[in-house]
Design a protein around this ligand. Structure first.
Ligand SMILES: [Zn+2]
Length: 194
């Protein structure tokens, strides 16, 4: 964020609000439930994104994933921005891969925590992801993945969850698809028109 470094620091201001739906609730049902119950969905207004819940209300598995992202954050190498970011990536078989931001004196060689986690997972033969949790030291404000990381996540599927969290116990959940609509995808390279 500072010095134009490639950290995922495009975090957005949040307002604490309502509770989360149980993990595993089908997505179309989530939408119906939110609409019918008045539960909060992520709302974007003037570039700000609203918190959708408190981490303490999430299922144990997701709370653990978020905790692992905090653990990853402690490993961040960010001597230039001092903006620590951690990511924990959950694969469909239950494995968790961690990533932190790693900066470089040649600023544009820095890599974001999310991309680090994805690259680590792929290098271990994992390409099917269930969720990723991202955290920074921001309070009352979740950390939002940069555009580049959204594209990298999309490479491995559009319908999995991104938990963007604050360091003080709040989160916003969106799918990769929701974070990067109208995207360019691997299948676009294979279309018959090309
Ligand atoms: Zn990024």
């Amino acid at each position: 964020m500072k010095l134009g470094l490639p950290t995922c620091a495009s975090g957005v201001r949040l307002k604490p609000s309502s509770t989360a739906l149980p993990s595993g609730t089908p997505r179309h049902t989530q939408t119906q439930l939110r609409k019918s119950s008045g539960m909060a969905e992520p709302q974007v207004s003037k570039g700000k994104l609203a918190i959708t819940g408190a981490v303490k209300d999430l299922p144990d598995s997701i709370r653990d994933l978020i905790q692992r992202s905090h653990q990853a954050k402690t490993l961040a190498y960010c001597p230039y921005s001092n903006f620590r970011v951690g990511a924990a990536l959950l694969t469909e078989d239950g494995t968790v891969f961690l990533g932190c931001n790693v900066e470089n004196a040649c600023y544009n060689l820095g890599i974001c925590a999310e991309r680090n986690a994805v690259s680590t997972a792929v290098s271990q033969g994992q390409k099917r992801f269930k969720a990723i949790a991202i955290t920074s030291d921001l309070k009352k404000q979740v950390i939002s993945p940069c555009g580049g990381c959204r594209q990298v996540m999309l490479e491995f599927g559009a319908d999995w969850d991104v938990y963007m969290t604050s360091s003080d116990g709040f989160y916003t959940r969106m799918t990769v698809q929701e974070l990067l609509p109208l995207s360019f995808r691997p299948e676009d390279l294979k279309s018959e028109e090309n």
